[in-house]
Design a protein around this ligand. Structure first.
Ligand code: FAD
Length: 413
């Protein structure tokens, strides 16, 4: 069968691909756009999987990027349950699991990430879950329907959000994690403790500084045993131990992989092979707002905005990606955080507002330079943070004092 020719091939059925397709059309692409995704659902917003959808407050369709008819109206061919099995980046051809061969003019690779699996004794028992897809969220809902005790392994976003959502559903949730406090790895001890206190106040039990040793049970999980010697009753377990970027296809295609494990891209999100772009969780790009440093971020807003930048560059607009990475997390209806950054390291934290009052921004500085800021109820502060991150300017003592002084306007900084 001769290869079918298309103008734009978008590999991966997630947010980055979907938003790229949208912007290609909105910015005037006239040619054929084919989006290939291996999941049964059309592109959707994963954050719903640990929040409203898991809580049963949202229908599946509410998570979808666009309603079904939109794809046809936009003349975007959406192939679900289909994988790209091989990519020849130089020859600009791809093989699909449906046996089609496609020749493309420009391609986007946005294959996302896979959950990190923990291979401990008992890991094959039933009712041990991971969460990445709507299907996983369905399995957790069903598997915990009659559960009393649920153990969450990992104290980062997934562990905390799922603990909050399942607590809302009446489950007794316990978090086990290596770090001392929830969310500590990304946001430090002070902010980590703030969210841990919030979880505890709503009935979640938290065991920090410990680690999973094994699962026990007969057919299905009954107990979580930790290295520290805890034996926790568990009718179900959800593991949130991070993800790894899914760069298998990109690697086999000979695209350069960076030290953060993603596809190495220019500031325009073009990979080492001209005409092939990357976006979202797998995209390790040269970030102009970070002085050209290479960053790779696994968050919704970044995937969304990457999709747009990649589309513009596929159309030859030659624009750098200049958004300061932003992300958010929501713990049931108890509280939420927003963050711009990221700070991979910092040696000073400055609080603006009050943790006790639950309204503050926490600023992360490295040698006086703002690297990131986290807000709880002070979103406006993040505008100044975005500007300061982009400027990369070292603040003197007076400048740093201004950060914590609620009477001083951050616009003047
Ligand atoms: C449960 C959950 C909650 C989250 N909550 C938040 C949040 O609150 N805030 C936040 O900022 N971020 C959140 N995120 C992160 C955010 O959703 C991701 O960063 C975002 O989805 C990344 O989009 P992507 O398009 O890069 O990849 P993905 O969404 O992973 O999409 C990639 C798709 O490509 C498919 N694929 C892979 N290989 C192939 C192939 N060879 N052929 C065809 N298809 C392929 C995959 O199956 C997948 O469907 C959450 C993530 C999860 C899992």
């Amino acid at each position: 069968m001769p290869a079918r020719k298309v103008d734009y091939l978008l590999i991966g059925g997630g947010l980055a691909s979907a938003n790229c397709a949208r912007w290609l059309r909105e910015e005037g692409a006239d040619g054929e756009i084919v989006l290939v995704g291996r999941e049964p659902d059309p592109p959707y917003n994963r954050p719903n999987c640990s929040k409203g959808y898991l809580q049963g407050k949202e229908r599946r369709e509410e998570a979808y990027f666009r309603p079904d008819e939109w794809w046809g109206e936009q003349r975007i061919e959406l192939l679900t349950r289909t994988s790209v099995t091989a990519l020849d980046a130089d020859a600009r051809t791809a093989k699909l699991s449906n046996k089609q061969e496609i020749e493309f003019d420009k391609a986007l690779i946005a294959t996302g990430a896979n959950v990190r699996r923990l291979n401990v004794d008992g890991c094959q028992l039933e009712q041990i879950h991971y969460l990445r897809t709507l299907g996983n969220a369905d399995a957790i809902r069903e598997g915990t329907a009659d559960a009393e005790n649920v153990v969450l392994i990992g104290g980062s976003y997934i562990g905390c959000e799922v603990a909050a959502s399942l607590t809302l559903l009446g489950k007794r949730c316990t978090i086990v994690m290596q770090e001392q406090h929830t969310l500590q790895r990304g946001f430090g001890e002070q902010v980590g403790t703030f969210f841990e206190d919030m979880l505890r106040a709503h009935g979640v039990t938290v065991h920090g500084g410990d680690e999973l040793e094994r699962f026990e049970g007969d057919g299905r999980v009954e107990k979580v045993v930790t290295r520290g010697g805890l034996e926790l009753d568990a009718d179900a377990v959800v593991i949130g131990a991070g993800v790894t970027p899914d760069v298998q296809l990109a690697e086999r295609a000979g695209l350069k992989i960076g030290e953060r494990g993603g596809v190495t891209c220019s500031s325009r999100l073009e990979s080492s092979t001209p005409g092939v772009f990357a976006a979202g969780d797998i995209c390790e790009y040269e970030s102009v707002v970070h002085g050209g440093a290479r960053v790779r971020i696994e968050h919704w807003d970044v995937a969304f905005n990457h999709g747009k930048t990649a589309a513009l560059n596929m159309l030859g607009r030659d624009v750098a990606h200049t958004e300061v990475p932003y992300f958010y997390s929501v713990l049931a209806d108890w509280g939420e955080l927003e963050y711009v950054g990221p700070a991979y390291e910092w040696n000073q934290e400055i609080v603006r507002g009050s943790l006790d009052d639950g309204e503050f921004s926490n600023w992360y500085l490295q040698d006086g330079v703002v690297k990131a800021a986290l807000s709880v109820g002070r979103s406006d502060d993040l505008d100044a943070a975005r500007r300061l991150i982009g400027e990369g300017r070292q603040l003197d003592g007076a400048g740093r004092a201004q950060l914590s002084d609620l009477a001083s306007d951050l616009k003047d900084l």
